[in-house]
Design a protein around this ligand. Sequence first.
Ligand SMILES: C[S@@+](CC[C@H](N)C(=O)[O-])C[C@H]1O[C@@H](n2cnc3c(N)ncnc32)[C@H](O)[C@@H]1O
Length: 397
Amino acid sequence: MVVALNHALQPELSAEDVARQRFVSGLRGFVLSDLAGDLRRAYDARVAPRFQGVHGRLPADGDEVHQALRTDPTFKAYSSLRVTAQKMVWDSVTPVVARQRAALETAAVAGADRLKLDSTVKVPRSVSAIDVHFMPGSYSGEGAAEEMAPGAIYDQGFAVFSMGLMGDNFNDIGRSMARYISRKFPDFHPQRILDLGCTIGHNTLPWKEAYPDAAVTGIDVAAGCLRYGAARAASQGVAVQFTQMNAEQLDLPDHSVDLVFSSMFLHELSLKSIARVFAEIRRVLRPGGLMLHMELPPNTQMGAFEGFYLDWDCYYNVEPFYKAFRDQEPRELCRKAGFAPQHYLQFVVPSICSYGESAVDAAVAAEEREVNKETTGRLSHGGIEWFGFGAWQDAAQ
Ligand SMILES: C[S@@+](CC[C@H](N)C(=O)[O-])C[C@H]1O[C@@H](n2cnc3c(N)ncnc32)[C@H](O)[C@@H]1O
């Protein structure tokens, strides 16, 4: 299912555009549900027993699962079709955005007062040198850095990619996380909220809705995404600021932010960059403030097959840092950055889009649930849960 964007930047789609996008979305659904099921069955029935025959034991980690699967025809069919579907996502939206450019330039005016670009911010090679998840031109775009096309391509691509599972305007992660935090910690009233690597702000906006009195800023290195994000937020009437900034060098005073959030950001950074980002977060957080990351669940908390299933993107979907990040223990990342071990926080929250707001409220009230190997962080029609981790800054600094 393709979601029609529910804001004024929704382009006019021809019948042909709609048919193409629906086909691609359906193909992704077929790969991620039906073929993924076939892959699991082939692994259990054929691949794992074959490995066991040779080694006298089952594959112990994702690397061994990958080695065992590589030559299997079901894995080849799954991977080949999934890569094809991923490329088709972008192919199905880039011509639409090309036709939409003039309208986007007009829309940009509405977002101008929410936008602060800084031409001295250098786009890291981890963004500019590769087409991250095959997105043409990556987040920073192929044309002039400040054009809105990369943001529009991302937004419309997400409509096809997400298969209707990420909510209205793809804010499901932000909504689920913000609802969980605001109900779990009712005495926490952040006044200044920062979203790192916000792209077009789809998961930034829900923080303003959860904490209407807070000043909420999304930062990113990609000017075109920010420009689009600001116009998109303006069209939805949400007062969020978009600022071009590198999360490794935050242009913010010490102890000036109450909540630093990121969503699906860390897995696109090298481990060295993550360490620099965490050091910056620790510097800018106020005493008693919260660092919170929504991320893919770590390999240490999953089975070997399921861990590899998520790491597939690292090998086949232009996500070079994915596995190295997922091999880390989040608690350790926080400790190494100087956060006190007793202030570590980790939880799994049901997606509002999959299960409704009442499920998030029930998770708030219940014992902390563990990572579900099959559903946490995995986009499929069976229902999704999001993994969150982070740490509180010491109350006294
Ligand atoms: C996977 S996207 C994040 C998606 C979004 N936060 C969400 O919730 O879906 C990663 C984003 O991080 C940005 N990025 C990468 N390195 C960065 C850095 N060092 N500082 C700020 N943004 C960065 C990229 O431009 C991209 O927009």
